[in-house]
Ligand binder design. Structure first.
Ligand SMILES: [Ca+2]
Ligand SMILES: [Ca+2]
Ligand SMILES: [Ca+2]
Ligand SMILES: [Ca+2]
Length: 344
């Protein structure tokens, strides 16, 4: 049954569809960081200071000026309101960017080797299902802030996703355990919602790489990997996937186009800080993952020193409903656009 798999990522896509053009405009990737502030400095230098009033009559003029200032202030306020409206329409958050560290990490579910590595706080929230879409209404979840850290060494990229949430784990039913997901841009035009543009969700702008983990193994157990020719992890369900549009998400090698280089070289181990205290205890999920920088698989993002990795996160919380997380209820980072991480 493909539909649920699709909807898991389709939901954020449709919600942020209205954002993607703006995100693209704001983000514009390689050009975005080009300094554009110099012209503003020039403009400021051309401002002529107002001369102080020097007689009684000038007071009236000043009053008029004050009134003009008020009008100007009103105009400014109107502009601000317009800006707020525009921003509300855009509905996307702050752009997030940070530097990955240079480090070799042991993927074991113990986050102590990240202690000196700075990351970023990533706001994540549930999507609202757009009107007109015949999707199941998900259970309600509060927004959260996830900590994301990234490191590389000569061979691997390491990702640490720390999620503040209570401990729920059921090895018999992964919908009753959390599901962490990391997405990377492969093709530059691809948007952080599975690759399609907001104006046409059925047309791919490029493909994205997805580490999709539906937890089927216990804490401390190495997940990921699998047979050559597929991104599927048959044991622990840390799958290496790709998507071209919301309706086209597959394990690597599972798409319509043959991919003899498909592989899964992901590694992931999870832990929870309150696991010993049992179900429902508040704490932090630790999802520690890695992958070789280069995989030779066209359905993976490839990472090089000095480049920028474009990342987005998703998190499914089993507390969403009695049967655990649903396909449409997950928390996503996509409203912040791509998280830009500069690799050392
Ligand atoms: Ca570790
Ligand atoms: Ca792969
Ligand atoms: Ca992949
Ligand atoms: Ca929870």
């Amino acid at each position: 049954m493909n539909v649920p798999r699709i909807l898991r990522w389709a939901a954020p896509l449709l919600l942020v569809a209205g954002l993607s053009l703006v995100v693209a405009a704001c983000n514009d990737d390689g050009d975005k960081t080009t300094p554009t502030s110099e012209p503003a400095v020039t403009d400021e230098a051309q401002v002529t200071p107002t001369e102080p009033a020097d007689d009684d009559h000038a007071d009236d003029d000043q009053a008029d000026d004050d009134h003009a200032d008020d009008d100007q202030a009103d105009d400014d306020q109107a502009d601000d309101d317009q800006a707020d409206d525009d921003h509300a329409d855009d509905d996307h958050g702050e752009e997030i960017s940070f530097d990955a560290a240079s480090a070799t990490i042991t993927v074991d579910g113990d986050n102590s080797d990240w202690a000196a590595i700075e990351g970023a706080t990533i706001p994540m929230e549930q999507i609202e299902i757009p009107e007109g879409l015949d999707w199941d209404e998900p259970g309600s979840l509060d927004p959260i802030e996830v900590t994301l850290r990234v490191a590389t060494d000569a061979d691997n990229i390491y990702v640490l996703m720390e999620v503040p949430d209570d401990f729920d784990f059921n090895i018999e039913d992964h919908n009753l355990s959390p599901s962490p997901n990391v997405m990377f841009r492969i093709d530059e035009p691809a948007a952080p919602h599975m690759g399609a543009g907001d104006d046409d969700l059925e047309t791919s702008l490029g493909i994205v790489d997805i580490w999709h983990w539906e937890i089927d193994c216990d804490a401390g157990i190495m997940s990921g990997g699998g047979d050559a020719g597929s991104g599927d992890d048959p044991d622990c369900n840390l799958d290496d996937e790709f998507a071209a549009t919301p309706e086209d998400r597959e394990d690597d090698g599972g798409g319509d186009v043959a991919n003899p280089d498909a592989e899964n070289s992901l590694a992931g181990v999870w832990e929870h800080t309150a696991r010993a205290q049992g179900a429902g205890t508040d704490g932090t999920w630790i999802f520690e993952m890695s992958r070789p920088l280069q995989t030779g698989d066209s359905e993976d993002a490839q990472f090089t020193s000095g480049a920028t990795a474009h990342i987005a996160l998703a998190y499914f919380d089993p507390d969403e409903g009695a049967e655990g997380w649903s396909d449409t209820g997950h928390l996503v980072s996509a409203e912040n656009g791509w998280i830009e991480v500069t690799l050392p």
